[in-house]
Each structure stands twice: as C-alpha cells, then as structure tokens.
Design a protein around this ligand. Structure first.
Ligand SMILES: Nc1ncnc2c1ncn2[C@@H]1O[C@H](COP(=O)(O)OP(=O)(O)O)[C@@H](O)[C@H]1O
Ligand SMILES: [Mg+2]
Length: 458
C-alpha cells in the first residue's frame, strides 16, 4: 500500500485542528509535512502510522481565534512540532459504508491500489484490533473501545483488561514508558502493570498496560465529595462524601511512590539554589495583568536560603487528581509523561518530591473551584474548609511515611517553604497553560497565586 505523502500532508492541517489531542489550538497551522509513513496493514482496510511535522504561528492582532493572549507577540516565529497519527484506509467506493464521525475524516487519497478514503484508524474496531496484534501479538483480545476523555494522547481499551495509550508527540524514549517500566522493575505495584511497549527505532510510540476495571479517578471522587459538602453544608469531615480517609491513603501511597522512584533512579542532595532559580526563571516567562510576579518570585527565592532541602529525585512531574485511580486494591498512579507544555528534555529533571505534593495541592484547589462553579457559587468558606481538610489528611500521612528516609528535611518550616515555592511554580505554569488552552479557567491559578502570596506575607 503506497500513498503520496504530499497529498496526505495537504489534508492534515484541517484534520489536526479538530483533534482533541492536538496541543496548540491557540496557534494557527500554516502547513504540515509527512516525515514518515509505516504500513501496518497493507490491503483493505489499510492501516498506516504517520509522523507529521506541523508548522504553526500565533495569530496576529485582529486575527484572533477568540483567545486573547496577553503575552502573544504578533511577530511570532513559526514553531514546528511532530505528531503521530494512526490512519485507516478503505476503498473510496466504500466510503458511504464507513461509520466515522466528521471530525475523524482525513479525506480522499490516491494509492497504488486506487482511490482511498482516509480516516482516524482508531475509530475502527477491525483496525484497532489489528493494531494491538501488531504491537503485542501474544495478547489475545476480541473487543475494543476508544477512551473518550480530555486527553493529550489517545487510548484504546481491549476486553476491559488492557489499555493501549498511543503517544501523540513522539521524540525518542518516552518518560511514561521509562518510569512505568522502572517502577514495575523495583516492585512498586501501584502503577498499572506494563504489558507491552510499541517501539520503532529509538522512538517509543505507545504503551500497553493492565486496564483497571471499575477504577474511579481521583478527580471524580473529589467532585462527589465536594458536591455533597456544598449541598449539605457542615464540616468536610461530617459530610457523607468525606475525602479525608482517601486523601490519607493517597498521601501514604505518594510517599511509597517517591521511595520507589528514589530506588529506581537514585537520589542526589537537593540543590535549593538550582530549584529556586528555575522557578524564578519560569515566573519571569509568564505575564498576566493580575499576576504579581515580583511577590511570587520572592517566595521562590526564599527556597534558596534554606540550609537543607532534602533529596532530589525523579518525580512524577504532572501529579494531579486526574492521574490517580482508586480501586479495591488502593490508589494507582498513571501518566509519567510530565507537564504537557514543558519541553521533553526538561521533563526528566530531578526535583524535590514535594513538587508532586504541590501539584496535588493545586489540583485540590481546581476541584474545589470547579465544583463550586457547578453549584452556582457562594460556597467559598466550604471550599476553603474542604481544601484544608484534604491537604492536612494527605500531608500528615505523606510526612509520617517519609520520616527518617532522608527524602525531606526534618524541620516543618523548611518543608512548608519548599512546598510553597513549588506551589507558586505550578500555579504560575498553570496561568500560562490556561491562557493558551482554557482562558475562562485562568482565574483559578491566579487565585492560587494570590492566596500563596497572602499566606507567605503573614
Ligand atoms: N490502566 C488504566 N486503567 C483504567 N483507566 C485508565 C488506565 N490508564 C488510563 N486510564 C484512564 O485514561 C485517562 C487518561 O490516561 P493518561 O495515561 O493520564 O493519558 P494522558 O497522557 O492522555 O493524560 C486516565 O485519567 C484514566 O481515567
Ligand atoms: Mg493524564
């Protein structure tokens, strides 16, 4: 099965712009190039793996796409990024019989076997089953369904027992593959067991893991708890959906995760100055009229004055309530790819384990805010009480488990200062991320920054 790459490239910008996983929606695609085509199934229906390089620019003033970025320069350098696609092909005359949504269509292509109709191959069961046979021939499965979620990658669930995550950004070794397999190797049993890795050359293309059937995302659990509290009032611990006990278990599991990461990747002495400088640099790269960068940087700089900041280890890097699943066997941790908006090269950098705790704390604020908006507002006292209850439950279990391990400094003042610095870091990252992706949400991290500044000035 041979296609004409230039012909496909011309169809891709329109297709990509409609994909949930396409990460640069605030930029305008100016062109695409097909860098590689791998034929997985030749003949009909055909299956191709395609790597496309996408060129985009920030829209100039007046050319707006609805998102008004305060930091957007009009004289933007075009940026290019590589995306991986899995495409299906069927004879053009069968087009009307193919059951695909409008967003999943790529278009008509000429091939050496005649005109073909090209579409997102992951929407087709026959092709999706063929893909798993190609990646993991020993796994015998009969059914497949796509995961519909706000994801930066794409996932398929097979027989409700295996999940294939297809990475959309491909660049050599993938941190999710690297960390998940390393953790399994040191016997950490709370990452879903890796079953197969999809690789080509030096690139990790996807990961097959055990699917945790019936698992509940931390985000959903938090929202249930918050809805209950907002509806009934009272204290977080007396409400029916008290998250306290689960937060305690999650805190303990997070400590176990950090011990396992230290075992798998080693530990170094934490360098407060390096961490502080990195945070200050990040703050200086983000502007928003309601962001007090000076005060935020002051909190970060305080980190540099601490005599002992504990260890520097490989961390999760993008730890939040959407990355943890609660099952009958306890909490499981997913998705070690790091922050989507951070360059791949920086995502492997070691840091304080408290960076992940800060990420989870930021997520608690997001959950409280989203549930409050859903409730119609007017519950800020309850939100604050819930957050502080859940944070305390998480942190006391986390710290108790790490006592005497050397991962953290001994004195509570230092722990608080490190945590605040990383919370500021994460919140400022979120300000930039929300400006680009979800402008309506930028108020959440801005409020987080404001609160941290107030707390630290007191
Ligand atoms: N092993 C698994 N078992 C059950 N659900 C899973 C599993 N892996 C992923 N999921 C579900 O898919 C969602 C996205 O997975 P994730 O690995 O975080 O992908 P992404 O990189 O796109 O964020 C998770 O939040 C979870 O709900
Ligand atoms: Mg994720």
């Amino acid at each position: 099965l041979v296609i004409e790459p230039a012909e496909l490239a011309a169809l891709l910008p329109a297709h990509l712009a409609r994909q949930r996983w396409y990460g640069a929606k605030h930029r305008r695609i100016v062109g695409a190039e097909v860098n590689a085509v791998e034929v997985i199934e030749s003949g009909w229906p055909g299956l191709l793996r395609v790597v496309a390089e996408v060129e985009s620019v920030l829209p100039g003033p007046g050319e707006g796409n609805g998102t008004d970025l305060p930091h957007a320069q009009s004289e933007d350098e075009p940026a290019s990024a590589c995306y991986q696609l899995v495409l299906g092909l069927r004879p053009a005359e069968e087009m009307s019989a193919v059951d695909v949504g409008e967003d999943d269509i790529v278009g008509l292509l000429s091939t050496d076997q005649g005109q073909a109709f090209c579409f997102d191959g992951l929407t087709d069961s026959e092709l999706s089953l063929g893909l798993l046979r190609h990646i993991a021939p020993s796994l015998e499965v009969g059914t497949v369904r796509a995961v519909i979620a706000e994801q930066s990658n794409s996932s398929l669930v097979y027989d409700e027992r295996a999940i294939l995550k297809i990475f959309r950004r491909v660049a050599g070794a993938n941190p999710d593959v690297e960390v998940t397999t390393a953790l399994a190797r040191v016997g950490f049993s709370h990452v879903p067991e890796p079953l197969a890795v999809w690789r080509s050359g030096g690139d990790d293309l996807g990961l097959v893991q055990r699917y945790l059937r019936g698992a509940v995302e931390g985000w959903a659990l938090a929202n249930t708890s918050l809805r209950d509290l907002y509806d009934r009032g009272g204290t977080p611990e007396s409400s029916g959906g008290d998250l306290g006990p689960e937060a305690t278990r999650l805190g303990k599991l997070t400590a176990d995760l950090h011990l396992a990461l230290a075992e798998a990747f080693g530990r170094e002495v934490g360098e407060s100055k390096v961490w502080a400088d990195a945070i200050v640099r990040r703050i200086s790269g983000v502007t928003h009229p309601d962001l007090d960068s000076g005060a935020a940087a002051t909190i970060a700089r305080r980190l540099a004055e601490l005599p002992n900041v504990g260890a520097s280890i490989r961390v999760h890097g993008d730890y939040h309530l959407g990355q943890v699943l609660r099952t009958d066997e306890g909490w499981f941790v997913l998705d070690f790819e790091g922050e989507p908006a951070t360059p791949m090269g920086e995502r492997r950098e070691r840091s304080s384990p408290l960076r992940d705790v800060a990420g989870m704390f930021r997520s608690f604020q997001y959950a409280a805010w989203v549930a409050s908006a859903e409730h119609g507002g007017g519950v800020s006292d309850l939100a604050a009480a819930w957050e502080s209850h859940v944070r305390d439950a998480f942190l006391s279990a986390y710290l108790a488990k790490l006592e005497g391990t050397g991962l953290l400094p001994e004195d509570p003042g230092s722990i608080r200062a490190i945590l605040s610095a990383f919370e500021i870091d994460k919140a400022v990252y979120e300000v930039a991320y929300e400006q680009a992706h979800r402008p309506d949400w930028v108020v959440v991290p801005l409020e987080g920054v404001r609160r941290l500044i107030n707390e630290n000035e007191r």
